[in-house]
Design a binder for this molecule. Sequence first.
Ligand SMILES: [Zn+2]
Length: 248
Amino acid sequence: MGIRLEDGLWLAASGRSGSHISDPYDCDVYLADTGDGLVLVDTGVGPAGDAPLSCLRACGFSPADVALILLTHGHADHAGNACHLREATGAPVKAHPACARAVSRGDTAAIALDAALAAGLYPPGYRFRPCPVEPLADGQTFRLGRTEWLAVATPGHCDGHMAYLMRKEGRGYLFAGDSLFLGGRVLLQNIPDCSIPAYAKTADRLLALDFDALLPAHFGVDLSEGKSHIEKAAALFHALAVPPQAGR
Ligand SMILES: [Zn+2]
């Protein structure tokens, strides 16, 4: 299934905090065609979700066409399906070094899954499958087909969070994960590695990037005026305020 956002860009999975086309616990999973292989950004909750594979098949691709799987962070709604998609596609999975370490080890404390399960945020009995993940450094760039990518460390929502800037044919696309959302909203959680000062620095960092489309992992996308949302959040942080909470 999936939802086509524009040429070569699809919403491949999306749960109840988005478009509700797949497992209700899935984050928004993006599929980008680079012209020389596909990139998946985030994977959904898993542990065996096939929505991203159904999407790419419906678009005329095969799982072997996936060249790279990127994780924005280790929370289970983003990384819980990584192992399944890695096995199904043969593609490497990459993330911030701290996220890579936690997901590779299945460190459920570090990815706040222990706390999330205790809070009832996932179904009872949900199990996280560890997945080998390769580290990407802050500021690392790479090229795939007609796309150029930049990995940007974006703590605040949690440690080990990375956003990914993709440039393709003169346009910029920010895959923002759980950093910043439409309306300049943020996603604060009562977990040890959620930090308002780090969030404020992240907003400034994202504000300095050149992009058109803001593609967060929940609560909708803006394909043309993406930067306006970052400006709102940064202005509030500069006034020592905290932007409103996403999804409320
Ligand atoms: Zn998260």
